[in-house]
Write a protein of this length. Structure first.
Length: 108
């Protein structure tokens, strides 16, 4: 089974509604409401990423966490990205963080 997937295949996956795709990168913003909750989310992301041996880019801010996923070895998105996206979204929900899939790209 090939690991690489298209943007359409990524967005068709179950459990990735929090994520959007541009330029072969899946990204999501999770509003945490506090820095402490953001840190907890980053810790959960780190644990899930290490378990998957697949590591996203993570940006922790006072009230939100931005996450970007891509697979450099396939030059774009992979099934691993979809699996990790689902795990990250699950962790965010568990912590009460709210996804913002409709945010504007230039916001930080």
């Amino acid at each position: 089974m090939k690991d690489s997937i298209t943007a359409d295949e990524f967005t068709a996956q179950e459990g990735v509604a929090d994520w959007r795709v541009a330029d072969d990168v899946a990204s999501a913003r999770f509003h945490t409401g506090s820095f402490a909750t953001g840190v907890d989310l980053v810790v959960a992301i780190g644990r899930d990423a290490d378990d998957a041996n697949h590591h996203p880019d993570v940006d922790l801010r006072y009230d939100h966490v931005d996450v970007a996923l891509t697979s450099h070895d396939v030059g774009g998105l992979s099934r691993r990205d979809a699996q990790l996206a689902r795990a990250i979204s699950r962790a965010a929900r568990t912590l009460g963080a709210k996804a913002d899939p409709d945010r504007e790209e230039e916001e930080s």
